[in-house]
Design a protein around this ligand. Structure first.
Ligand code: ADP
Length: 368
């Protein structure tokens, strides 16, 4: 029987539990033994109890669950070869040579590195006498398939990452609560949301909430942003609106790459010589990562989890390592490293202020 491992790694997101359920049950249906690795790459390095054979009933209730029940972690040791060497040994001991990993671009990079090094890791383990030549024979190749779990929706080549719609739901809910009290007191609120270098959460939350003004890293503000924002807010107030909502991505910046902070915006809105609005700041923070996944994330996690098992079983040493994407509502396999590289490039390109290129790089087919 083929043995496959599933793990969650890096930052958590809603829908990771649903991924585990889909992979475990599809794997069992396809006559595989499925192992859950606890705490991301830490679990691969620790071995033992951290690598657990998982049965059908073990994942009951995972579909609507928030967080990742098999835990996730950032693992320093996996950046170094000795860490990956121990991980390889633990995998061979358990008879595992296929991994489905759900995480962000860092986790997927680590997985691809592990796959590329696999033959040399096994050779080293044999030469050191930690494994026998016999033991490695059935495990000459490592197959990896990635699933993108991230609230930020920041990975190039896929329209949505697992968790982004749940985080968007949390933000939109918080904004609607804030709008009630803002309206009662005629207040202004500056709301900061997560997303790192990506403005998707801020942009979509702003659209979904009817925000007055939105700051995203992909649209750095020109020198006149203060006048622009104040004149729009004033216009809305003059039209009879009693509350003001400004949504800011944590990566909000001006055209010189300087961070625009919530306090800067608050000071501007509350300036007694200007709009003179009673203004508060709300940092939505970690509630964005919590709670049950919305239906879209459960569906995405399930469809992609099923596809990941098919992909890992069909992979040959010649196949390019893939991740599972969704493009125009279709679940598809795409080259993993091209997407990771395009994602990394986005941050650089934004820093260099080539914003059109940044948007293209995020696109389904990447820029040239
Ligand atoms: P995310 O997957 O959410 O982007 P990180 O970037 O923190 O989060 O990556 C998660 C983990 O993946 C890291 O703690 C590390 O163990 C592993 N990893 C990331 N990049 C590499 C790399 N270049 N080489 C080896 N392991 C890596």
């Amino acid at each position: 029987r083929k043995k496959i491992a599933v793990m969650t790694s890096g930052g958590d997101s809603q829908g990771m539990a649903a991924v585990i359920r889909a992979v475990v049950r599809t794997g069992i249906n396809m006559n595989c033994d499925v192992f859950c690795v606890q705490q991301g790459y830490n679990g691969l390095i620790e071995g033992g109890e951290y690598i657990r054979k998982t049965e059908w009933a073990d994942v009951r209730g995972y579909l609507p669950r928030g967080g990742t029940p098999i835990r996730t972690a950032r693992c320093k040791a996996f950046y170094e070869r000795p860490g990956r060497l121990t991980a390889a040994k633990n995998m061979v001991i358990n008879g595992i040579d296929a991994i489905i990993i759900c995480g962000g671009d860092g986790s997927l990079t680590g997985a691809d590195r592990f796959r590329a090094e696999w033959p040399s890791l096994l050779e080293e383990l044999v030469s050191k006498g930690e494994l026998t030549a016999q033991q490695i024979v059935p495990h000459k190749h490592l197959n990896i398939v990635g699933l993108v779990g991230s609230i930020d929706n920041d990975l190039s080549g896929t329209d949505a990452t697992i968790g982004c719609y749940s985080a968007l739901d949390r933000i939109s809910t918080v904004i609607s609560w804030v709008q009630d009290t803002a309206d009662s007191h005629s207040r202004a609120f500056v709301i900061e949301v997560m997303g790192r270098h990506c403005g998707w959460l801020a942009l979509m939350a702003g659209v979904a909430s009817g925000a007055d003004f939105i700051f995203i890293p992909e649209q750095p503000r020109e020198d006149n942003w203060k006048e622009e924002m104040c004149s729009i807010v004033k216009k809305h107030r003059d039209e009879g609106k009693h509350q003001t909502i400004v949504v800011m991505a944590e990566g909000a910046q001006d055209r010189y790459g300087k961070k625009i902070t919530t306090d800067m915006v608050k000071d501007l809105l509350s300036d007694p010589h200007g709009l003179d609005l009673d203004t508060r700041v709300t940092i939505v923070g970690h509630p964005q990562r919590g709670g049950k996944p919305v239906a879209h994330d459960r569906m995405l996690a399930t469809l992609q989890g099923v596809e990941a098992v098919h992909a890992v079983l069909e992979a040959t040493p010649e196949t390019e390592t893939c991740f599972i994407a969704i493009n125009e509502n279709k679940i598809v396999r795409k080259p993993l490293m091209a997407a990771v590289q395009a994602t990394k490039e986005v941050a650089e390109v934004i820093k260099a202020q080539d914003f059109e290129k940044a948007v293209k790089l995020r696109d389904t087919e990447f820029a040239d």
